[in-house]
Ligand binder design. Structure first.
Ligand code: PLP
Length: 501
């Protein structure tokens, strides 16, 4: 069961009176009362065994061992940990998470990593190979996403989709302050845009205005128009969005941005290494990249469908002038002249090396093949879901497929899938479940197994209407109760548990 599910379950168990009191107190003074502390403790106590499964079988180091442990012993222990976790993702029961995962591909990336494990792009003079890799990653990505002889698409390698998004938002903030004198910047994003935009708003003091979706789960362009103000610095659309896998109306949204003289960011973290190939394969892909004139930046994750190791993404800009607002320079530091293109100082050059090697070894053919397999699996799954009359697919997705039900409690269906070994994502507002298909899911008979389990799950829920289900009541509660304070507090305590030895 996922953390969200546990939390919802827990919210459902704590008496509403206690929750409401805690929420109210939290707004008045930080901290909660003794009863609430008890509830938190019980909740986190329940979660801890699942989060710390090795506590019993492996020793823990709270301090440095006085003398170093033998390397062979360490390796043996780490191999044992790895072995315990492999099956879950390898066999394709998880939505998203591991995007390639074939043994030969992993071995190749590991060898590349080993070759470059000492490299640091901060020292370009010592490791010029890293700048070669990064420049080529950016160029290859740009050419997939609409760069041509008549535009200038540039960018940098970052540590992941979140950093790409944070950097783009910081760039627009600094650009708008410099060029337009905007000091109370606002950004506009559909409700389906990634949480990283909220994070950017918090970190950089931006006001994030969320706009609603239409029935097809794509952003409402009229709402975007109404949300524009003198302080808007950028508009955002996803290609596709994480919850529903659908592509926002990027041409319309980015035209609005262009008319208004502001930036437009396409979040193609998920789609950047799928959509170009889907288009070549003849799937219907609406415009979303730099071929659309109003698009001024775009994020694409090499560490998702680029099939690199975790820890890299690409942020692209239309023109070097915009990219300059991302860069950092310090000219009067006693440590000398200092500059860095992204948030980090020192960076893992080995990860850029693996991203480069993944791209070059896949080649256009490799990506076309992978995309074909994923989309064919998706078609089978969508057809299978459409044959289950109780379920309905939200929007018209390509390979990230969300489904809901008008007659059944969809969370009960998800519960029944969890019992069958599946790890799917619960969505709320509206209640739905999704699966993000990866190469792991293109294994023999996967689609058939998924659809057959889903059909069984639906039948089970229909046959057991009295069974309460574990999540059903709580998702409803979470959508209705104003418990942001309590839930946010709980999530912070959850992260504390992660850092507990
Ligand atoms: C995964 C994802 C992100 C964030 O990427 P991270 O690599 O997890 O930081 C942003 N947007 C979309 C649409 C995504 O799917």
């Amino acid at each position: 069961m996922s953390v969200t599910e546990k939390i919802f379950q827990w919210l459902n168990r704590v008496p509403p009176r206690v929750l409401r009191a805690a929420e109210k107190t939290m707004r008045a003074v930080p901290g909660v009362d003794a009863r609430m502390e008890q509830e938190y403790a019980r909740m986190l106590g329940d979660l801890e065994p699942a989060l710390k499964p090795y506590a019993r079988d492996f020793s823990a180091y709270t301090q440095l061992p006085p003398t170093g442990v033998d390397r062979a012993v360490i390796l043996e222990e780490m191999e044992a940990l790895n072995a315990r976790e492999r099956a879950k993702w390898q066999d394709g029961f998880v939505s998203g998470a591991v995007y390639h995962g074939d043994a030969a591909h992993i071995d190749f990336l590991n060898r590349v990593y080993a070759l470059h494990s000492q490299s640091n792009p901060l020292h370009a003079d010592v490791f010029p190979s890293t700048s070669k890799f990064e420049a080529e990653i950016v160029s290859m990505t740009a050419h997939l996403l609409g760069a041509n002889a008549s535009n200038e698409i540039v960018g940098t390698v970052t540590s992941g989709g979140t950093e790409s998004i944070l950097l783009a938002m910081k760039t627009y903030r600094d650009w708008a302050r410099d060029k337009k004198g905007i000091t109370a910047p606002e950004i506009i994003a559909p409700v389906s845009a990634h949480a990283a935009f909220d994070k950017a708003a918090q970190y950089f003091n931006l006001k994030l205005v969320r706009i609603p979706l239409r029935d097809d789960m794509r952003a409402d362009v009229d709402a975007a128009r109404r949300a524009l103000s003198q302080n808007t610095i950028a508009l955002i659309g996803s290609a596709p969005c994480f919850p529903y896998g659908v592509i926002d109306p990027i041409p319309e949204l980015s035209d609005l941005a262009r008319e208004h003289g502001i930036g437009f960011h396409t979040d193609a973290c998920l789609g950047g290494f799928v959509l170009p190939f889907a288009e070549k394969l003849g799937y219907p892909v609406p415009p979303y990249d730099f071929r659309v004139p109003g698009v001024t930046s775009l994020s694409a994750d090499t560490h998702k469908y680029g099939y690199a190791a975790k820890g890299t993404s690409v942020i692209l800009y239309r023109g070097r002038a915009l990219r300059h607002y991302q860069y950092y320079t310090a000219t009067d530091w006693s440590g000398g002249l200092y500059f860095s293109p992204t948030f980090a100082g020192s960076r893992p050059g080995a990860l850029s090396a693996t991203a480069w090697a993944a791209m070059v070894s896949m080649g256009e053919n490799g990506y076309l093949d992978a995309t074909r397999k994923i989309l064919e699996t998706a078609t089978k799954i969508k057809n299978g879901i459409r044959e289950i009359s109780e379920l309905k697919i939200l929007g018209d997705p390509l390979w990230v497929i969300a489904f809901a039900s008008e007659t059944l409690d969809i969370y009960k269906v998800m519960d029944a899938m969890t019992k069958r070994g599946w790890s799917l994502n619960g969505l709320h507002r509206p209640p739905a479940v999704h699966i993000a298909l990866t190469l792991r899911h293109t294994q023999e008979n996967f689609a058939e197994r998924f659809v057959s389990d889903l059909r069984d799950a639906v039948e089970y829920v229909k046959a057991h209407p009295a069974e309460k289900g574990e999540l059903a009541p709580v998702y409803g509660l979470a959508a209705n109760l104003p418990l942001r304070g309590v839930v946010s507090d709980l999530l912070k305590r959850y992260m504390d548990v992660l850092y507990k030895v």
